[in-house]
Design a protein around this ligand. Structure first.
Ligand SMILES: C[S@@+](CC[C@H](N)C(=O)[O-])C[C@H]1O[C@@H](n2cnc3c(N)ncnc32)[C@H](O)[C@@H]1O
Length: 274
């Protein structure tokens, strides 16, 4: 794959910080699938998802979770994969790919046995309203699964690397999280999801935190480098220097580098039976 054109700062539309039209975004959502799918599918398998279920994946990205769900609900079920720009989703006979803005599109009522959203609501100002509509879209007994990254302890992430990498890494993380916050994202929403689910009327709410070690050259570190390319213009405008960009990308490729992932908080809640 060739390196993507860098997203121009003008393409940042004030709602979602990344831009699926770039090939770098294609790389980003594939890396997310590689990093996170084993955790997500472990949790989803515990919901009891099985043949015949109707599922909805919000902000589906590469569609890897929608594809996994399609395998579970086959042959009688269906999966709707919704994204504002679903160009990176592979086609599948049981997946209905829909283009739409989750903040405005009708999600339906009492329609799905399972709704999943990963790394979506944290980006949206309307996150609590979307969560309530996702809960209302569940059938009685249906399950809502939301996974978000907690981006609040950025200075504790890098475990091993030279001083110039530590400085570049923190400058990059602060600029990225600051940029996303200006676009409406929340760095600490992940830990508030259980309360939002209870407030939306869901029961049996449970949450767990999933944290991984990422070494240089592995998908997690490559994601940081990819994000630095996708948002290069905006990150430079927020004070990351060109030298820091280079140091960051070299460090993310160096197998001696060790970093914690962002902690992923996964929350599961269920709609009560009538
Ligand atoms: C960070 S990616 C996560 C992708 C996937 N859920 C994953 O975890 O691998 C966020 C996805 O949500 C989509 N998205 C962002 N804002 C959206 C909106 N308002 N409505 C629908 N999809 C949206 C983006 O296009 C992108 O594909």
């Amino acid at each position: 794959m060739t390196d993507a054109p860098v997203a121009d700062i003008d393409t940042v539309d004030g709602r979602y910080t990344f831009d699926n039209t770039t090939s770098e975004a294609g790389r980003q959502v594939r890396l997310l699938a590689e990093i996170l799918d084993s955790h997500s599918t472990d949790v989803l398998a515990r919901t009891g998802v099985e043949s015949g279920w109707h599922c909805l994946d919000l902000g589906t990205g590469a569609g890897s979770i929608a594809t996994w769900l399609a395998g579970q609900v086959s042959p009688a079920g269906r999966v709707v994969a919704l994204d504002a720009d679903p160009r990176h989703v592979a086609t599948h006979e049981l997946i209905d790919v829909r283009t739409g803005d989750v903040t405005t599109i009708d999600l339906g009522k009492r329609t799905y046995d399972l709704v999943h959203a990963r790394l979506l609501l944290m980006h949206l100002r309307q996150r609590e309203q979307v969560l309530r509509r996702a809960a209302a879209a569940l059938n009685p007994g249906g399950v809502l699964v939301i996974s978000e990254w907690d981006c609040t302890h950025l200075d504790e992430m890098l475990l091993r690397g030279p001083a110039d990498l530590a400085e570049a890494f923190l400058a990059f993380q602060n600029a990225l999280v600051g940029l996303a916050a200006d676009n409406g994202a929340s760095a600490n929403w992940a830990r508030r999801v259980p309360v939002a689910m209870r407030d939306a009327g869901l029961i049996d709410v449970e949450a767990e935190v999933h944290n991984r070690l990422w070494a240089g050259g592995e998908p997690g570190c490559l994601l940081h480098a990819s994000n630095s390319r996708q948002l290069q213009t905006a990150l430079l405008a927020r004070g990351v220097s060109p030298a820091q960009m280079e140091t960051l990308r070299d460090g993310m490729d160096d197998p001696d580098t060790l970093s914690w992932s962002y902690p992923m908080v996964t929350t599961v809640g269920r709609r009560a039976e009538d």
